[in-house]
Write a new protein. Structure first.
Length: 193
């Protein structure tokens, strides 16, 4: 039995973040770590990806987790444990860049590049599990207790906290990550704002 779709704060941004993570993983997998230009491109891709993930977690921590804590403290505690763990995985990736730069031995650079890729993929895997929990469990919780207009208010506060330049960077990526029905639903939600 199908029901009327509810406002979904998670899936559109998660689709965008997944796209960024997957494209970054491909770029990182293809990088020749003995080519300084390719290393610079890979490093920039990883930096952009990690920055988006961090910003997303900060918005959740500020606007959504307090609501979840009120409705389901146990689920909020799980998210409160996962966010720092995801940050630790991101730091594990970032910590390798400074070690890569001074290496003059091609085999050592390649080996460190391979470790960087493995750490990035481990971070992506953990992010995917986390996002799935939010899309399934958190959405179900929010939909059981909040009306769509209440969810839209939370979403509007999140969007209002994003600097305009960042929004202008994010929106085309989101549009390219969503199907037509999702783009139409977001456009309709914006019109009711």
């Amino acid at each position: 039995m199908f029901t009327t779709p509810r406002f979904d704060m998670y899936t559109p941004i998660h689709k965008t973040l997944r796209r960024v993570m997957f494209e970054t993983a491909i770029s990182l997998a293809r990088a020749d770590f003995n080519d300084t230009d390719e290393v610079a491109v890979a490093m920039q891709s990883v930096s952009v990806c990690v920055a988006f993930l961090r910003e997303h977690a900060e918005h959740e921590d500020r606007e959504v987790v307090p609501v979840i804590a009120r409705l389901d403290p146990e689920l909020a505690a799980v998210l409160d444990r996962e966010h720092p763990e995801l940050e630790r995985l991101a730091i594990d990736v970032e910590s390798l860049w400074p070690r890569l730069q001074p290496l003059d031995v091609p085999a050592a650079r390649a080996q460190l590049g391979a470790e960087l890729l493995r750490r990035f993929q481990a971070m992506v895997a953990a992010q995917l599990v986390h996002m799935d929990r939010e899309e399934r469990q958190v959405n179900a919780l929010l939909w059981a207790h909040l009306r769509d207009d209440e969810l839209l208010q939370i979403n509007r506060r999140i969007i209002a906290a994003i600097p305009l330049a960042r929004l202008q960077q994010l929106m085309p990526m989101m549009d390219a990550s969503l199907n037509r029905a999702e783009r139409q639903a977001i456009a309709a939600a914006r019109q009711t704002a």
